[in-house]
Design a protein around this ligand. Structure first.
Ligand SMILES: [Zn+2]
Length: 224
């Protein structure tokens, strides 16, 4: 798998993601854990949503809680791979279908973190399965350094939802991008909660982040 993203361009990477999505769609309800780079894992539960976690020498960083059921299965999967404590759970943006399940991570002792724009909304609109994040960050960029791992968090401005964060692992050349990019198309067909012009600008900025050499990890909602 590692050779794949060293050798190929973006179209092949997206084709791979499409294939991955097809496998998941055809195998609904099944858990999928895949090491996509050294110590970097993709996690899905067969519902079309993917999270990611990074096992470092000083703990685990998890991205995207989705909901309590997904989070509980993901914590179990992490514990099957490592004894390292889970240090952080990072939310990509405020939408309930991505940002629910925070309590599961807080119960594990992880700090849950969202960009200030998402944090403010989540605090004011706590859904049934949503927890107010423990911390927020503001501005355009913040890095999390844990052991040998540096995770960049980029806020590209208004594009989709609130506080949308693009996560980059520069050394591993992996990105986690929720909703802004979907395989084989530009946007979801109904463009829910998107600012189209700003999304276009954000995608151009993402491309500048040396995207051609990155594996793009995408959360994807199954659309009718
Ligand atoms: Zn969203």
């Amino acid at each position: 798998m590692k050779n794949t993203f060293e050798k190929t361009g973006i179209s092949l990477l997206l084709a791979f993601l499409l294939a991955l999505c097809s496998v998941i769609a055809g195998n609904a309800q099944s858990k999928s854990v895949e090491e996509i780079a050294k110590g970097v894992y993709s996690f899905g539960t067969g519902h079309g949503y993917y999270s990611m976690f990074i096992v470092t020498t000083h703990g685990v960083i998890a991205i995207e809680s989705i909901n309590s059921e997904h989070s509980t299965a993901m914590v179990k999967a992490i514990k099957e791979i490592t004894d390292q404590p889970i240090k952080f759970l990072l939310h990509s943006h405020n939408h309930w279908d991505h940002a629910s399940g925070g309590k599961v991570w807080q119960a594990e002792g992880a700090k849950t973190i969202a960009h200030a724009e998402a944090y403010t909304w989540m605090k004011a609109n706590v859904g049934q399965d949503m927890a107010v994040p423990d911390k927020s960050w503001s501005g355009d960029r913040k890095d999390i350094v844990l052991g040998e791992t540096t995770l960049e968090m980029h806020y590209l401005g208004m594009n989709h939802g609130l506080g949308m964060t693009v996560f980059l692992l520069p050394k591993e050349r992996v990105a986690y991008i929720a909703d802004l990019i979907t395989p084989n198309r530009v946007l979801f067909s109904i463009v829910p909660d998107f600012n189209v012009r700003e999304t276009e600008r954000s995608i151009e900025e993402i491309i500048k982040l040396d995207l051609i050499r990155l594996f793009i990890h995408i959360t994807k909602r199954k659309m009718p």
